[in-house]
Design a protein around this ligand. Structure first.
Ligand code: ATP
Ligand code: MG
Length: 285
């Protein structure tokens, strides 16, 4: 029986969210053993635990069929893979940072500057797009100390909160890439593997959609139902159930997280009471 080989980072910033997403998709990965390859019991898949830097190449070469990895790594490694879904976690940016005392008035002042980075490919593309001739110094880790030990004038590294830059007396002066975790796949999957991938993608999309949507339950006088329904269209239309109390109904619907605070005021003004907002686990359409 063919199995879909799924590559995830062995340890690091992406592993927890990747395993959580697989679990929410109903894929049970037995925990606790230190194996590099684990078979899943309830889905035709195997999980390969790898260094994140190796994932694009393994997916290109068919050692793994799909992989969960940072978009920054995919672009840096420049292998032949498809990005098939953005996953919404592992958000960060690749930025150029300078020591605090050095001001940058315009990008052209980066000409001739020596920049330490673990992302030479992305940086050199960005420099040539912006017509800047800087000197790239590739190092594989601890990039943020390079200016302090005289290795470089500036750095280009991943930032999320900015606290590492701050504690190394650097400031972020230019973002060259915004990144998040993505799902990549190889080019030539067998028919069976493509079917398994389609099933997994369907589940991932259902989970993602549910994360941004809430279930709304409220009570309303019957004469304001029409008004309230205008604010709550639901997936098809809201469910309306009469309450024991004469002249009142309970309305059930769904609402996008981003619209929520706007709509809630309108619902209250229209006479809604006892409003409950509940998380949704999955949305199957
Ligand atoms: P590995 O041992 O697998 O090579 P790593 O040390 O290269 O791990 P991590 O630091 O675990 O990698 O980061 C993995 C990914 O997490 C990054 O490639 C990036 O996509 C994402 N990420 C999110 N926020 C940050 C951040 N502040 N710093 C670094 N990476 C971040
Ligand atoms: Mg790495």
């Amino acid at each position: 029986m063919e199995k879909l080989r799924i590559a995830v980072q062995k340890s690091g910033r992406l592993i927890e969210s990747s395993m959580k997403l697989l679990k929410e998709c109903g894929i049970d990965v037995p925990a606790g053993n230190n194996q590099l390859k684990i078979s899943v019991d309830n889905f035709d898949a195997e999980i390969l635990f790898l260094r994140d830097d190796d994932i694009p190449e393994y997916v290109q070469d068919g050692v793994a069929d799909i992989g969960f990895v940072g978009e920054n790594v995919v672009l840096e490694k420049n292998k032949i893979t498809n990005i098939i879904e953005r996953l919404g976690y592992g958000k960060c940016r690749l930025s150029i940072a300078l020591p605090k005392g050095k001001r940058l008035n315009n990008l052209q002042e980066l000409n001739g500057v020596k920049i330490a980075t673990s992302y030479p490919v992305i940086l050199s593309n960005w420099l040539s797009e912006n017509n800047i001739k800087a000197d790239i110094h590739e190092i594989s880790g601890s990039v943020e100390i390079a200016p302090r030990i005289g290795l470089a004038d500036a750095i280009c590294d991943l930032v999320s909160s900015g606290s590492t830059l701050f504690s190394n007396e650097l400031y972020e002066c230019e973002t060259i890439l915004k990144s998040e975790a993505v799902l990549i796949s190889g080019k030539n999957l067998s028919q069976r593997k493509q079917e398994l991938l389609d099933q997994l993608l369907f589940r991932i999309r259902s989970v993602k959609k549910a994360k941004h949507t809430k279930y709304v339950l409220l009570n309303a006088p019957n004469d304001s139902i029409a008004q309230i329904c205008k604010y709550l269209p639901g997936i098809n239309s809201p469910t309306i159930v009469p309450l024991a109390q004469e002249g009142w109904s309970s309305i059930h619907s769904v609402i996008g997280e981003n619209d929520f605070w706007n709509v809630i005021e309108k619902l209250k003004a229209a006479g809604a009471q006892g409003i409950l907002i509940l998380p949704i686990e999955k949305i199957i359409e």
